[in-house]
Design a protein around this ligand. Structure first.
Ligand SMILES: Cc1ncc(C[n+]2csc(CCOP(=O)(O)OP(=O)(O)O)c2C)c(N)n1
Length: 798
């Protein structure tokens, strides 16, 4: 064996050459394994073992090169082409990849999504089972992928911004398990065609302004499915189109690099310095990786021969990155032909074995269930008529013969047997097994939309606000201002940002004076970019901070709704609890005037944001209590403060930081006997006015504030009121069929409220059109006091 003598330079040279050669061959092996994974994955789909497949072939060499520079603590915000990167970074195995392809719901097998996402949608765990953040600085982290193109970019912004804040804030940098002095880079990947999305442009512009450690890799294979980049991008080149954002001497902006996806050595050389620069200086960079191919086409949904010319297909064959790397290895005498053939053969074998293990792990619990189920069915067959018995036996045998049974096949058979058997006690075995499997399958597929452990917002105990004789009466906005001041003093993870939030302390002064007091790292302004304000919040939340991202007015939430709905609201579910995204989106709404400033699209919001909680406090004392509740949990939420409540007088509680408002618990704000009026937010004041008018007419209304729309009346209090009054109206300022219909459905169906009705229940809503401008426009567009009075009187007369 050689011993290392520092004076023996030839030995040193040889050792370093050996290291280099080994690293190159190891990278080539990874590229081959990934290619084999794509080839075999496609076959598995085409032979029916998996439903759909999308693969990373053609991007292997670029991704092994990039993965070299991905360090513990770094975050990835990528998309479905990144299998090679994930294998090379050591955060995914080929076997796990196949488990996800087979949609194995066992989280031990598919740790990225427990079968909830289609293949190549990766993630790593950021929280433990108690909802506490893991030691992220020692993990190579991946946020959870999603299919909407460019959807990862807004989140990437927040993941990168966190590093800057951890580095520059003496409050945040104490959290050493979340960041090592902000040295973490966010690696964002995107396809060339997806850069056509507004998300990309908004994100890159914001990164250029913010100067954050964001590395964006654009895999340019020339097409977005069939549409070529000439139809996607100005000048047919994303790097050319971005030049105006390039950082120059003395300006902010982004660095831009052009690399070739087959040029292993060239990429490694450039990336080494470039990533270090991002880490050190927090200058964002775009890596336009060109000349990438797609050997198997876009996905298993169609063939690329339909839209690529013969010349292009021939070019792709010649410039296949694995082939080019192979040629380069041989040209530089880094290996003999035979060594490469061995690597290629071993890769094929390794992938085949990994796939087989994944398949067996996926199939064996299903086979076991089928075996138990079919035995029970055969037992049952003995105790029914011979005609029915033979139907059941036939079903059991078909089930047993199926090579690839699904859970639903078994459930269907068991349910059919129960239908055939009717009340026959002999069916108890089948019935019990059906119930057992139904519960098990619900556990696999219907859990973890929200936190279910100690960090569930629903587990936060109520603590009432305390008022003393000395409690001052102040404006609503002052309640929040004092609350936020104490919050930022006491909670070293909270951070707030949005349009006009920093210098002037938000348009309604909730944060007035607080930037000066708590610092620009914690309370700050952003550009007008709601989508990426939300994305920024998502990324910061994933990194363990507690962001309050402000959307100036409720109407503008539509700009951020896609990322809230697709990303934030699904994070916990799509990672099967592996990640939490405790973002609070703060906004204000209801009852402004005009088409653009008084929307209350609550139905749209609650239906698109399942997975978030939706708080609609009627005043700022309630709002502060809800903030306290949310900050003790890991669930994301939208807080809609009443725009016309900031100047209403409220008593200031003495326990501002400790009282909590439980979510999903309505409050009876006026008791009554004749009719139940259910509402929330600003409309509640109209309802109260109407109730007072009606009181004078001897009609006694019970007014209920639901307080939160998601969750909704978890203890079914509203039906208790209905049992007493037997009449009910749901009132809100959304369109007909919107949130009022949602409340109606909850009480009538879920709470079985229909049983207690004396007369038909009603909803009072805004008109279907957008509210017209000014006070008259508002009066005739939205529910008003007189409408409520009139309808209640009509109902009392029925
Ligand atoms: C918002 C959205 N629109 C459309 C699609 C359908 N779609 C999936 S992939 C794709 C093309 C993406 O091309 P590119 O960004 O170049 O990435 P590639 O797949 O080539 O790696 C399209 C249109 C989608 N997933 N999301």
């Amino acid at each position: 064996m050689d011993t290392l003598n520092p004076n023996d330079t030839s030995l040193l040279e040889r050792l370093s050459f050996d290291n280099f050669r080994n690293e190159v061959l190891s990278d080539y092996r990874l590229a081959c394994e990934s290619r084999e994974t794509s080839l075999l994955g496609r076959k598995e789909v085409l032979t029916g073992k998996a439903k759909f497949g999308i693969f990373g072939d053609g991007k292997e060499v670029a991704q092994v090169a990039v993965a070299k520079f991905f360090k513990p603590g770094d975050f990835r915000a990528g998309y479905y082409r990144d299998q090679t990167f994930m294998f090379a970074a050591g955060v995914a195995t080929v076997e796990q990849y196949f488990s996800q392809l087979f949609s194995d719901p066992n989280i031990q097998h598919d740790p990225f999504s427990a079968g909830r996402q289609m293949n190549a949608h990766f993630s790593t765990k950021t929280v433990d089972k108690n909802g506490d953040w893991l030691d992220l600085v020692n993990i190579k982290n991946s946020s959870s992928d999603m299919a909407p193109t460019a959807g990862q970019v807004p989140r990437a912004l927040g993941l990168a911004l966190a590093s800057k804040l951890f580095r520059n804030s003496t409050v945040f940098n104490k959290h050493t398990h979340l960041s090592d002095n902000g040295n973490e880079v966010c690696f964002c990947t995107i396809g060339d065609a997806s850069t056509s999305e507004g998300h990309f442009w908004e994100g890159v512009n914001a990164a250029g302004v913010l100067q954050i450690p964001l590395a964006v890799f654009i895999w340019d294979d020339g097409y977005g499915i069939s549409v070529p980049k000439e139809l996607q991008t100005t000048k047919g080149s994303i790097s050319a189109a971005l030049r105006g954002m390039e950082k120059m001497e003395g300006t902010n902006g982004v660095d831009i690099y052009n690399l070739k996806g087959w040029d292993y050595a060239g990429m490694c050389e450039v990336l080494d310095n470039a990533i270090q620069k991002i880490r050190d200086t927090h200058t964002p960079a775009i890596f336009h990786i060109e000349e990438i191919t797609q050997p198997q086409g876009h996905s298993t949904s169609g063939s690329h021969e339909r839209y690529k010319s013969a010349e292009r297909l021939a070019w792709e064959k010649q410039w296949d990155c694995n082939l080019q790397m192979r040629n380069w290895i041989l040209e530089n005498s880094l290996a003999e032909e035979q060594e490469l053939l061995d690597i290629e053969m071993n890769a094929k074998q390794m992938v085949k074995e990994s796939k087989q293990r994944a398949w067996e792990k996926y199939l064996s619990p299903l086979k076991q269930q089928v075996q138990v189920g079919s035995q029970l069915m055969k037992e049952l067959a003995k105790n029914v008529t011979s005609e029915n018995g033979s139907v059941i036996i036939k079903m059991a045998e078909e089930l047993e013969a199926s090579k690839e049974p699904l859970r639903r096949d078994l459930m269907k058979c068991l349910a059919t047997c129960l239908d055939i058997a009717g009340n026959n006690n002999a069916a108890n075995g089948v019935r019990n097994y059906y119930d057992e499997l139904a519960a098990k399958n619900a556990g696999l597929y219907n859990t973890l939309l929200y936190n279910e452990g100690p960090k569930s917002a629903l587990k936060v105990k109520e603590i009432k606000p305390v008022f003393s004789d000395e409690s001052k009466t102040v404006n609503g906005y002052e309640v929040l201002n004092k609350y936020f001041d104490q919050l930022f003093e006491s909670n070293d993870k909270v951070i707030a940002f949005g349009e006009d939030v920093g210098l002037i302390g938000d348009v309604n002064q909730g944060f007035s004076g607080l930037q000066e007091k708590h610092g620009k790292q914690r309370i700050f302004d952003t550009g007008i970019r709601e989508l990426s304000i939300v994305g920024q919040g998502i990324g910061l939340a994933l990194r363990g901070l507690r962001p309050i991202a402000e959307i100036q007015y409720l109407d503008y939430i539509l700009y951020g709704l896609q990322t809230l709905s697709d990303d934030c609201a699904t994070t916990h579910y799509r990672t099967a609890g592996g990640q939490s995204c405790p973002l609070i989106v703060r906004t204000r709404g209801h009852r402004l005037e005009g088409i653009w400033h008084s929307g209350s699209p609550m139905g749209m919001i609650i239906n698109s944001l399942r997975g978030m909680y939706i708080c609609v406090p009627r005043n700022m004392v309630q709002a502060a209590g809800m903030y306290n509740t949310l900050l003790q949990s890991n669930d994301p939420a939208l807080m809609i403060e009443c725009l016309n409540g900031y100047r209403l007088k409220e008593k200031l509680p003495t326990n501002l930081l400790t009282y909590t408002v439980p979510l999903g618990v309505p409050e009876i704000v006026k008791t009554g006997m004749d009719i139940t009026l259910v509402s929330y937010g600003a409309t509640l004041r109209i309802v109260m006015e109407a109730a007072e008018t009606l009181q004078k007419m001897k009609i006694s209304c019970e007014v209920i504030d639901v307080q939160t729309l998601l969750p909704f009346d978890v203890n079914h209090q509203i039906v208790e009121s209905l049992k007493k009054t037997n009449r009910i109206i749901f009132i809100d300022e959304d369109v007909p069929g919107g949130a009022a219909a949602y409340m109606f459905n909850k009480v009538m169906e879920e709470q079985a409220g229909y049983k207690y009705l004396d007369i038909s229940p009603r909803t009072i809503t805004a008109k279907a059109h957008r509210p017209s401008y000014s006070s008259d426009g508002d009066y005739f567009s939205k529910p008003n006091t007189e409408d409520v009075v009139r309808i209640v009187k009509e109902m009392m007369a029925e």
